[in-house]
Design a protein around this ligand. Structure first.
Ligand code: HEC
Ligand code: HEC
Length: 502
């Protein structure tokens, strides 16, 4: 009896709610930058070094796959098949046989098995071609193009490329252009929230480096949680999500905010019902997830795919580091450039190209010195900020917020392990310049403040990480560290923030 009353209430509530919100109505015009926005004007296309290592088989063993030592795991995987994707379906022997027109059409519609693609390029996130709100005709045309359903085999831009072995989640949720594009629409669509006011981008906005410039995320009706919005890029290198790692996959993470009462304040059922009222979405879900269609799990899969396409391109530090490593390794040969040009033109050419790229993305001497400290035993930043994405994906207590009478205990709330009290997941420091304020509670406003925090050895508490000790840096060294962190900013792809189905 009681149960049926509750059920009726839920049904009524969600129906009236759907009616009230008017899901079918035209998408709310995106607030700012409705065309395209790129956090950094540069182009990811400026990636210099070949294409980075090829991917090995993606691993999707979130919890147990220890991302512990990304640097070690960054060894180039075995070379993948070359991108000769134009393999025609009909084998050569049959080529002589005359094809019926219908067979020809079928063969043309069958996409190549896989396409290798460099992540971070605008091509994947620029939206369905056209202007203004998406029309059904445009969506149909897009879905009819077999190229948009080809499984993508991503490679990473310079800098991140050494982390190829860490790529997670693609075996269970392969990337395609159509799926990334569907995820893009959902990511920017406020209709995912119960009152059409909040989208993922409200707290992870391209304008603010895919984070938000407020201390805490602000959900519907201005509600605030107690944690700072982390970044939504480079997620492809990380399986476990949230400051406390409570979501095992990016897909699981994406479902969270929709039903979180203080974020998008919706229910999964109501969200799905709402999206089902929008023809442009049902059409896309049917084609992108054949036989499954529009479910909350597929909403999450699409959003996760979009996020996986958001990666940071090479930063000035990456260009400098590659050039420096190359120069150091070939010191003797490079001593006489004229001779090198004659004796080993290939090596000379490579030298010239790397030098040119480094000069086109200049880095200050201060940042170079800061890099020395970051990677040194003295700074010991790489004890935790390690590997391609500068994170060990582990949990540490820096003492942030621990002075409070009832501090946020972070990872402890998930594992109940005493030693994890007050620990939080190491965030990436790529593009960190763009994502103030800092730390899980957004309590530190500038990178200078963060560096001061490390210099004094964090905030003492009984669970403080043993690697956090007073650094006793000079004022110049602190400024150098900040300059280094700022040299880690690389371009993100241009992303269409409007263009939603009506
Ligand atoms: C109201 C603000 C808000 C909204 C809306 C929101 N988020 Fe978040 N997001 C946060 C905060 C705050 C956290 C950190 C929470 C925590 O760790 O407990 C977070 C965490 C994340 C993370 C984990 C990143 C990491 O490094 O572990 C991802 C990914 C993410 N959000 C993506 C999304 C997506 C996708 C959506 C839309 C479906 C979304 N967010 C909606 C505020 C928001
Ligand atoms: C013991 C591991 C560890 C070491 C060593 C370490 N960090 Fe961190 N870093 C973290 C963790 C964990 C956080 C988040 C802590 C929190 O929010 O409570 C963090 C946060 C940061 C942030 C803020 C990022 C953001 O998006 O909020 C920056 C910047 C940073 N660290 C830079 C450095 C620098 C520079 C050093 C060296 C001086 C360093 N870290 C050393 C683990 C570490």
């Amino acid at each position: 009896m009681k149960r049926s009353v509750v059920l009726t209430w839920i049904v009524l509530a969600s129906c009236s709610f759907v009616g009230f919100v008017g899901c079918e109505k035209k998408p709310v015009a995106p607030a700012a930058g409705s065309k395209s926005s790129a956090a950094v004007a540069d182009k990811a296309g400026t990636v210099l070094v070949d294409k980075g290592p090829q991917l090995g088989p993606a691993n999707d063993k979130p919890a147990e796959s220890p991302a512990a030592k990304p640097a070690e795991r960054a060894a180039p995987a075995p070379p993948a098949e070359p991108a000769k994707e134009e393999k025609k379906e009909a084998p050569a022997a049959d080529a002589k046989k005359l094809q019926l027109p219908t067979e020809k059409i079928a063969a043309a519609a069958k996409p190549a098995a896989q396409e290798e693609v460099l992540l971070g390029i605008d091509d994947l996130t620029k939206g369905i071609p056209g202007e203004g709100a998406l029309t059904i005709e445009q969506i149909k045309k897009w879905l009819d193009d077999p190229r948009n359903h080809v499984v993508l085999k991503p490679t990473l831009p310079q800098g991140l490329a050494v982390g190829a072995g860490q790529i997670a989640g693609l075996d269970k949720n392969p990337l395609t252009r159509a799926k990334i594009e569907l995820g893009r629409q959902l990511y920017f669509d406020k209709r995912l929230s119960n009152d059409n006011t909040v989208s993922c981008a409200s707290c992870h906005s391209p304008e603010f480096g895919y984070a938000k410039n407020t201390q805490f995320g602000e959900g519907t009706k201005g509600q605030k949680g107690g944690r700072n919005s982390p970044v939504a890029y480079n997620r492809i290198l990380s399986s476990v999500q949230f400051w406390d790692g409570r979501a095992a996959t990016l897909e699981e993470q994406a479902k969270g905010p929709i039903a979180n009462p203080i974020e998008m304040s919706n229910t999964h059922d109501a969200c799905v019902a709402c999206l089902k009222g929008i023809d442009g979405y049902t059409l896309q879900f049917e084609r992108v997830f054949p036989g499954e269609g529009l479910t909350i799990d597929n909403v999450a899969k699409a959003i996760a795919s979009f996020e996986r396409a958001l990666v940071t391109g090479a930063s000035p530090w990456d260009y400098y580091e590659v050039f420096k490593t190359f120069s150091d390794a070939n010191k003797e040969d490079l001593a006489d450039l004229a001779a090198l040009k004659k004796d080993d033109p290939k090596l000379f050419e490579k030298y010239e190209a790397l030098k040119k790229a480094a000069e086109a993305h200049p880095i200050s001497d201060s940042a170079k010195r800061g890099g020395e400290i970051f990677f040194s035993d003295k700074g010991s930043c790489t004890a935790c900020h390690v590997g391609a994405n500068f994170t060990d994906e582990k949990y540490h207590n820096l003492g942030v917020g621990m002075e409070k009478p009832e501090p946020d205990l972070g990872r402890y709330a998930i594992t109940k392990e005493e030693k994890e009290k007050g620990t939080f997941k190491t965030p990436t420091v790529r593009n960190v310049e763009l994502t103030a304020p800092y730390m899980h509670d957004g309590s530190q406003k500038t990178l200078e403040e963060v560096v001061e925090w490390y210099d004094k050895g964090g905030h003492p508490n009984q669970w403080l990480d043993e690697k956090i000790k007073p650094l006793k840096l000079t004022a110049e060294q602190k400024a150098d560290l900040v300059a280094f962190l700022k040299a880690l900013t690389g371009p993100l792809p241009k992303v269409e923030t409007g263009r939603l189905p009506q």
